[in-house]
Design a protein around this ligand. Structure first.
Ligand code: C2E
Ligand code: CA
Ligand code: CA
Length: 722
């Protein structure tokens, strides 16, 4: 058993009491013994005195008697008469011997029951004392003697010595004393017994008193302990830590109460933090998992899991700082929450947003929306489609301060998975797939996506390694010649990066560039390409060829980096003129952040670089953008060129319109992907300025380019003509 303070205190108390009792008994006992000894001695003394007194008085009386009897006989020295007189005392138990001396101290007669020891000493003492007084008392050992001088008319006739023995009385005294002692002992034992009873009773009383007192004292401690235990087990039923007395325990209880309140508050905060995302106040992943577990306990339930991620959030975050990024996230969260209160045309959809949606943020710019559909007959596919369109509309309507779009992936329960993790993973894969196909899209999960995702992951990991390798040997540039269509003259080349992986072989830039952009590797890759291009340009120059090179600049790089300074310094180092570098940017830059894109483009152009708008016609940008941004030219996307001769009249008409427009804006136009003579002829007829494509040449490496230059010996004059 565990020793409580109570039992410890009790043990100490008992020990103290037993020590006290033993001490008390010991003292009482020894005091009693002492007392008995004293009484014994006193009684012994008194008895002795009395015996002496008695013997002496008795002897005195005998002496008086003898004086009358034998004084005359002594005068006449009649020993016989004396003897008969003294022999009468033979039966007197108190008298041991009687000696009668004449005036010359000569023994006249004696009566002696036994031979008295030390007679001589006795006689000498008597004679000495009688020389001073007429009567003397002598005591030697147990012997008592009385001596008296006898006279007849003042004439001394001798003296008589009566010897008594105290021995007889001593025995009597001893017997009496023994009786007294045994009586005292009985009395003492009786007292001891009484003491013991009194002590035991008082100890018991004391114990009961102490016990009651302790229990009363310890009661609040126990109560406090119970309250603390209850609090520890969170089983707070009564009002704990209250109605305590106004003493130290009360203070202690109140301190505990304060502590409990603080702990409870903190716990509530922890519970809140455990369920909510502090930035947006939406639910977090933990809550989502629990919620899903609850949802699927209902067998008739279907779940739509919508995974959403903002496009270009990383760029916004990196360019404008994390505070701006956070504000954007909060804004998006607010708009998602508003889906609940927004009026939707379809009442079922309205109900879905209002009652079936669990809104959560996983972190970063990733949100998950769970929809619980408690009806197995409903087509969650078409409902998911409607929902995703509603979410997409939030961004299209430019509700948020930055023009961001969102990519979404959807997965369905029970079709795609049985756990929320599986569901989220698949929705994430679908989202990833949607994102890789362009911004602002959504897709439902299908199994092929997993394979695509696995390949993306493989590319990502290999790209990291390839970029870290000394001298980046896995990368090289190829160049596609660009022509002035009217004279078929070579006017420049477009540089295109190539990645030859030692095991995977050739990996297309169309595959790895978007990954590099998404995973923050594009800047590094951009710098690698610049270095490779400059090396090749220097090599060509050595052979006398200075040719304009178009360099593809990713949107991410344009918006983020100090790309202008970098290009200026690198070109200077390589001693290459800035007007030899054309920069191709895509529309996405203009759409993501027009102001910053405009500033960067202006900066580049002011420093002598030419800027071209790539893939024109594929993105969101409208022609009106051309009025806002000053550029040197635009490249019609290959899809429009391939429409020529395909019977796709609408696209062909776009080419016509674009050529007309560029003439109005006084900018150049390059047609990409010219593959057939027919296409070339058409473009020439519409007065398109420049062109490139397999019809002229596929992209070729730097060395092959040299041969190509030689074949186009008239290049220099052609360039001058532009
Ligand atoms: P892009 O800038 O539109 O480049 C043109 C793409 O069309 C190149 O593909 C080129 O090989 C291909 N092409 C050219 N003529 C024809 C043709 O007649 N028919 C067909 N079918 N295709 C033609 P590539 O090299 O696979 O590059 C794909 C995309 O990857 C490029 O599209 C560009 O966006 C990106 N890219 C390539 N190299 C770089 C680079 O060094 N830096 C950056 N940031 N992006 C690059
Ligand atoms: Ca390009
Ligand atoms: Ca292009």
């Amino acid at each position: 058993m565990r020793a409580t303070i109570f039992t410890k205190l009790l043990a100490i108390l008992l020990l103290t009491i037993s020590i006290m009792v033993s001490m008390f008994l010991f003292v009482a006992h020894s005091l009693n013994d002492d007392f008995i000894d004293r009484v014994y001695n006193e009684v012994e003394f008194v008895l002795n005195e009395n015996a002496t007194d008695f013997l002496l008085t008795h002897a005195d009386k005998n002496m008086d008697y003898l004086q009358g009897e034998i004084v005359n006989s002594m005068y006449f020295s009649n020993a016989d008469e004396i003897l008969s007189s003294i022999n009468k005392f033979t039966n007197d138990s108190s008298t041991d011997a009687i000696y009668v001396f004449d005036k010359n101290q000569q023994l006249l007669a004696k009566m002696s029951k036994y031979e008295v020891k030390n007679n001589t000493q006795l006689f000498e003492e008597a004679e000495y004392l009688l020389g001073i007084h007429d009567e003397a008392y002598i005591q030697i050992d147990q012997k008592l003697a009385i001596a008296r001088s006898f006279y007849i008319y003042d004439e001394p006739v001798g003296y008589v010595l009566i010897v008594s023995n105290k021995d007889f009385y001593s025995n009597e005294i001893d017997v009496s004393l023994d009786v007294i002692q045994s009586l005292s002992l009985i009395q003492r034992d009786k007292h001891l017994y009484q003491y013991t009873i009194v002590v035991t009773l008082s100890t018991l009383m004391f114990l009961i008193l102490a016990g009651t007192l302790l229990t009363r004292l310890l009661k609040p401690v126990r109560r406090l302990k119970q309250d603390i235990n209850n609090f520890g087990e969170r089983s707070i039923t009564s009002k704990p830590f209250e109605d305590y007395p106004n003493d130290e325990f009360g203070e202690l209880a109140r301190s505990f109460k304060m502590m409990r309140d603080k702990v409870t508050k903190r716990e509530q905060e922890i519970v809140r933090l455990a369920q909510f995302d502090p930035l947006t106040n939406l639910y977090n992943r933990n809550y989502l998992i629990n919620r899903f577990e609850t949802i699927i306990t209902d067998q008739n339930t279907q779940v739509i899991c919508l995974y959403m991620d903002l496009d270009n959030f990383k760029e916004i975050n990196d360019t404008f700082g994390h505070d701006e990024g956070d504000l954007l996230i909060q804004e998006v969260a607010g708009h998602l929450a508003m889906l609940r209160t927004k009026e939707h045309e379809d009442p079922f959809l309205q109900k879905c947003f209002q009652e079936c949606m669990t809104l959560s943020r996983l972190g970063g710019d990733e949100f998950v929306l769970l929809f619980q559909i408690q009806d197995i007959s409903i087509s969650v596919y078409s409902l998911g489609y409607q929902i995703a369109n509603e979410v997409k509309a939030l961004f299209r309507n430019r509700l948020v301060s930055y023009h961001v779009s969102s990519s979404m992936g959807l997965s369905l329960y029970p079709l795609d998975g049985a756990t929320v993790d599986e569901l989220m993973k698949k929705a994430d894969i679908a989202m990833y797939s949607a994102k890789s196909k362009g911004k602002g899209r959504f897709e439902f999960f299908n199994e092929e996506m997993s394979t695509a995702l696995a390949r993306d992951r493989m590319i990502e990991q290999n790209l990291i390694r390839a970029l870290e390798e000394e001298g980046t040997p896995q990368f090289h540039m190829v160049y596609q010649p660009q022509y002035y269509l009217r004279s078929d003259k070579l006017v420049g080349v477009e540089s295109l990066v190539r990645w030859l992986h030692p095991e995977q072989g050739f990996i297309s830039p169309a595959e790895f560039i978007p990954i590099a952009e998404r995973k923050g590797m594009i800047e590094k890759l951009g710098k690698v390409t610049v270095q490779l291009i400059l090396e090749d340009m220097k090599q060509w120059r050595n052979y006398g060829w200075d040719i304009p090179v178009s360099w593809n600049l990713s949107t991410v790089e344009l918006l983020k980096t100090d790309i202008v300074d970098y290009l200026i310094s690198e070109l200077k180092r390589a001693n290459i003129d800035r007007d030899l570098l054309n920069i191709e940017i895509t529309e996405t830059a203009l759409v993501t952040d027009l102001n910053r894109a405009k500033k960067q483009i202006n900066d580049l152009r002011q420093h002598g670089f030419r800027v071209w708008l790539d893939d024109f016609g594929t993105g969101y940008s409208s022609l009106s953008i051309l009025g806002e941004v000053e550029i040197d030219g635009l490249k019609i996307d290959r899809s429009f060129v391939s429409a020529i001769g395909n019977g796709e009249t609408s696209k062909t008409l776009v080419v016509d319109a674009l050529v007309q427009l560029t003439n109005t804006f006084d900018i150049y136009i390059v047609a990409e992907g010219i593959e057939t003579k027919e296409q070339l002829e058409y473009l020439k007829a519409t007065r398109c300025h420049y062109g490139q494509g397999y019809f002229y040449s596929k992209p070729i490496c730097a060395d092959q380019m040299l041969d190509y230059f030689k074949q186009s010996a008239e290049l220099k004059s052609a360039v001058n003509a532009c």
